[in-house]
Write a protein that binds this ligand. Structure first.
Ligand code: GLP
Length: 280
């Protein structure tokens, strides 16, 4: 990567951005390292930063790389706060596949954080709308999410905002599409009957309120969704396209997920010409 010595030094979060930044990395591991380093830089600047975290297979290399930095002393995450993106409705909190449990195993434990560092909606609440409103309030009281990590569904969904979710939506209950239940059955012994129909998810408006939104997509199965999100129109039918409205959105894709991008060469050139200190 070339560094322009004469470029004035400005912190990444101060730069007024006008478009989604697409970063093409060789593989998932490199994507994980890049995003973990952005999280580490954030925590060095703001030790009690709120990290918004996603579930699914895609973010795992990020969590592994961040935990490795913590273990090696590269960053202190002991004051980090972790905010959940979405949750199944009706699963006991201690069910191994509730997203609260998953994030406990994949994020909190490896970072050495206790339950006090965790914020998430109550998927077992008797009054779901009240639980959704309470989570919005929790996020607001925490000062908002500093960096929100996202994966993407094959249909372009982010969190559990399925196609045609309002781009202004806040945390609320949603019904999963059949496709998402099929996709997620692998976490429930391959049995779709065990996959809940309902979920609580941060809305698209909630996600867009984070200071920095970082979406990671890996594998050929995500190539169409990535191209639609980044190069297609902003449209509720492709929820991730809402990132085009955000002043600081980064989409990190491996070569396979970048395969349908018409502007891939431009994205490569732009990132290669970027000063190292600027980060993502
Ligand atoms: N709610 C999650 C999303 O947050 C995630 O982005 C998506 C893709 O998962 P994966 O990364 O495993 O492909 O799955 C679920 O629907």
């Amino acid at each position: 990567m070339r560094v322009h010595a004469h470029t004035p030094r400005v912190e990444t979060h101060q730069i007024g951005r006008t478009s989604v930044e697409v970063v093409i990395v060789p593989d998932a591991r490199a994507g994980g390292e890049l995003i973990a380093e952005a999280m580490a830089q954030l925590l060095r600047r703001k030790p009690d930063a709120v990290l918004g975290v996603a579930t699914g297979s895609t973010p795992l290399p990020v969590y592994e790389a961040l935990a490795a930095k913590v273990r090696s002393g590269g960053v202190d995450a002991s004051r980090a706060r972790i905010a959940q993106l979405d949750e199944y409705v009706g699963l006991p909190a201690d069910h191994p596949e509730s997203y609260r449990s998953v994030l406990g195993r994949q994020v909190l434990q490896p970072l050495g954080l206790g339950p006090g560092a965790f914020m998430g909606p109550d998927g077992r609440a008797a009054d779901i709308p009240a639980a959704c409103a309470a989570y919005e309030e929790t996020l607001e009281k925490a000062g908002g999410v500093d960096l929100q990590l996202l994966g993407i569904g094959t249909d372009g969904h982010i969190g559990f905002n399925e196609p045609c979710s309002s781009l202004a939506s806040r945390t609320r209950i949603k019904t999963l599409t059949e496709q998402t239940r099929v996709d997620n059955a692998r976490f429930f012994d391959g049995d779709i009957e065990q996959v809940p129909h309902h979920v609580i998810t941060q809305g698209i408006g909630t996600i867009l309120a984070a200071r920095h939104v970082v979406l990671l997509a890996t594998g050929a199965g995500k190539a169409d969704a990535v191209a639609a999100s980044v190069e297609g129109p902003v449209a509720a039918v492709c929820p991730a396209s809402a990132l085009q409205l955000h002043p600081h959105a980064t989409v990190v894709v491996d070569e396979a997920a970048a395969a349908e991008l018409k502007l891939a060469d431009y994205f490569r050139h732009t990132f290669a010409a970027k000063p190292d200190w600027q980060g993502i």
